[in-house]
Design a protein around this ligand. Sequence first.
Ligand code: ATP
Length: 274
Amino acid sequence: LRREGFSSVPDITWDDVGGLDSLRKEFDRYIIRCIKHPEDYEVFGLDMQAGFLLFGPPGCGKTLIAKAVAHEAGANFIHIKGPELLNKYVGESESEVRKIFIRAQTNTPCILFFDEVDALTTKRGKEGGWVVERLLNQLLIELDGAGQRKGVYVIGATNRIDVIDEAALRPGRFGKKQYVPLPGADERFSILRAHTRNKPISSSVDLGALARREECNNLTGADLASLVNEAAMAALEERLDFMENGDSSMSSSSLIELSHFERALAKVHPSVSI
Ligand code: ATP
């Protein structure tokens, strides 16, 4: 059973993530290899406790890559949702922040992922008022306690880096800022490959050509995931219709064909406005 904030090693792997190659390299250097070879990093006197901040449009893989990092490192993953932390524990959010870091420390190696971290780090004196201000102060204290939290790696994610207090973006806190962009054509291809990996795709479907279609411009990773699902659904329905009704105008193929992607393309539209 998975609870909010509960730690476990996720089952998302590198193969599930399309594109984001340079980000993979950064995570590999700063987190994964560091967890796998801690003594070697120590030999070279490298302190790798700086936190990452992933920012960019929704649905482009911030949560996904953070989970994959944990999986590849064999680390526990604690998923904290900013707005929930803020609202669920009214008056107790600060002690909850303390508890989260203690939980991370007792579950090392651990990736501590703060989703929608802008909710917790809004510029002081702005939108949030004193509740957010106290929460932010507590969070900064915990982030600064780097020395005591060996094996805890903090990753934040946000769609709104502009509202985040500068103090939270300093080195050692969420200092390593990484933009997670909308995928380009090559990345769309790689995302489509990731999502069709375990699906019966007809060999006549050219995913590279599909990724370059005009309809795919500006689709996010999440949109591409639903494109593949819609195509799979279209193929399944066709097959079931055939089996139930023996409709001879349809094929009985159990593969996902280009025609199914065509139907999916008519349904799926960019979720992010440019
Ligand atoms: P949000 O800001 O909404 O939290 P996010 O950037 O964290 O967005 P994810 O939750 O990682 O987005 O992505 C949602 C889903 O979209 C993923 O579970 C996955 O199915 C698909 N997806 C997004 N980006 C990618 C990608 N680069 N490769 C493969 N799948 C992706």
